[in-house]
Write a protein that binds this ligand. Structure first.
Ligand code: GAR
Length: 199
């Protein structure tokens, strides 16, 4: 059985969607550990309620290299096959990425490379795009930048607010993250430059 590690910083709805698919058998894996850099993350409560192993590794005041060493040490005993960033609001160092080559996924609420970084839905509305969406990509040491595994598009309506657009995108996030995890775990893909070829 493949082992997932989930890293999160907040609400944890993507984690919850993944956990539901693990519980139903739609994802053939177990969740080995849920790690948060924020002790107050709601995602941690969800994990505890589900009886999953959790680890709180506060990042406040730590520099990136030191924190990532601590993260690697925290993850190692759980031997994850795949690390899923699910609203984990930190950039990972090259040293961390090297430790788990092509084994880290991230979800981002825009069609990358548009609107990387914080508040992607706000950026999309402010720019005036008519279509936005979400992206699951492999993680490298740059911000929201690694090879793209899956994307889903959603329309932006004239009357959208940040809340309504975020909700429409989130529905797609919940769907494609599990699909991306299934592909990544199955190994039925190859990475050719920036392109991820599935099948
Ligand atoms: C999600 O919309 C995710 O795409 C975004 O944070 C939210 C977390 O929600 N991630 C990023 O913006 C990463 N750059 P959740 O905690 O309910 O899954």
């Amino acid at each position: 059985m493949k082992r997932l590690a989930i890293l999160l910083s907040g609400r944890g709805s993507n984690f919850e969607a993944i956990a539901n698919n693990v519980a139903s058998g739609a994802i053939e894996a177990s969740i080995a550990v849920v790690i948060s850099n924020r002790p107050e993350a709601r995602g941690l409560d969800i994990a505890r309620q589900r009886g999953l192993d959790t680890l709180v590794l506060p990042s406040k005041g730590m520099d990136r290299e030191a924190y990532d060493r601590c993260l690697i040490d925290g993850l190692r005993p759980f031997q994850p096959d795949l690390i899923c960033l699910a609203g984990f609001m930190r950039l990972l160092s090259a040293a961390f990425v090297r430790e788990f080559p092509n084994r880290i996924l991230n979800i981002h609420p825009s069609l990358l490379p548009a609107f990387s970084g914080l508040d992607a839905q706000h950026q999309a509305l402010a720019y005036g795009v008519k279509v936005s969406g979400c992206t699951v990509h492999f993680v490298d040491e740059y911000l929201d930048a690694g090879p793209i595994l899956l994307q889903a598009a959603v329309p932006v309506h004239d009357r959208d607010t940040e809340e309504t657009l975020s909700a429409r995108i989130l529905e797609e996030e919940h769907r494609i993250y599990s699909e991306a995890i299934r592909i990544a775990l199955s190994g039925r893909y190859r990475i050719d430059g920036r392109r991820v070829i599935v099948g």
